[in-house]
Write a new protein. Structure first.
Length: 241
């Protein structure tokens, strides 16, 4: 994973995400509802639900919001149906862009995503046009400030936990896992006493795309516009910001 650090992108977008907190909670509620509807409302027996609930807690989503989504899913009178759709395209400078959506109206979502691309110097591609450029990975970040173990001990514990790869900088330790190992690695590190600054399943680009400042600004406009859409749950790009 050398050269694929996510940490600076995560930190750089934190304030923007904080400003969108209400919309984020709304999207997470939908994800919780869909996961619970499909596999039951008990996270102990529904792995997909557990991951979404962990994601919601990481976003500081109030428990009341989570409980409402679970109650809605367990209600026999609720028949809302959502489809999971992936859109693929090219952003400024040929950047690969992956968009995951959860929608109850495919036509509405497709139109909104297409407009976002075309109005921001980008274009939609065919299914499979860019998804092969990304790998599904578990991602865990541990900030080095305040760590009580030395680097060698840290590396040993990360390897023993079952991690696939790691990168160490002055600021943070970034750990990558196979998707099926993510939960066990995360839980093992937490049991070892590490405080995780970030823990998620994500898409990692195999190759990063270098952009000019102008192209970066235009790409950010595209990502912001996509994330403003209620139906869009996640956006991934290959940009080296």
């Amino acid at each position: 994973m050398a050269g694929h650090s996510k940490w600076k992108n995560i930190q750089g977008r934190k304030n923007a995400q904080d400003a969108k907190r209400g919309k984020i909670f709304q999207k997470l509620s939908r994800e919780i509802y869909v996961a619970a509807k499909a596999g039951g409302t008990d996270p102990a027996t529904n792995a997909a639900l557990r991951l979404v609930m962990d994601k919601a807690k990481s976003a500081n989503m109030p428990n009341d919001n989570i409980d409402r989504a679970l109650k809605k899913a367990s209600s026999t009178g609720n028949n809302e149906q959502y489809d999971e759709i992936t859109y693929e395209g090219y952003g400024p400078g040929g950047t690969a862009v992956l968009v995951y959506a959860l929608t109850d109206n495919r036509n509405r979502t497709a139109t909104n995503v297409r407009v976002a691309f075309t109005r921001n110097g980008s274009s939609l591609g065919e299914t499979g046009s860019v998804s092969y450029m990304f790998d599904r990975k578990g991602y865990i970040a541990i900030e080095r400030e305040g760590l009580s173990v030395d680097e060698d001990t840290l590396v040993e514990q990360v390897i023993e936990a079952g991690a696939d790869d790691l990168e160490i900088s002055d600021e943070v330790v970034e750990i990558y896992t196979e998707p099926e190992d993510f939960v066990s690695v995360r839980d093992s590190l937490e049991a070892d006493g590490f405080t995780l600054a970030q823990a998620e399943l994500t898409m990692i680009p195999q190759t990063l795309t270098t952009l000019t400042k102008e192209q970066q600004e235009q790409l950010q406009l595209l990502v912001d516009k996509l994330e403003e859409d209620d139906d869009v749950s996640e956006v991934f790009t290959s940009a080296d910001i």
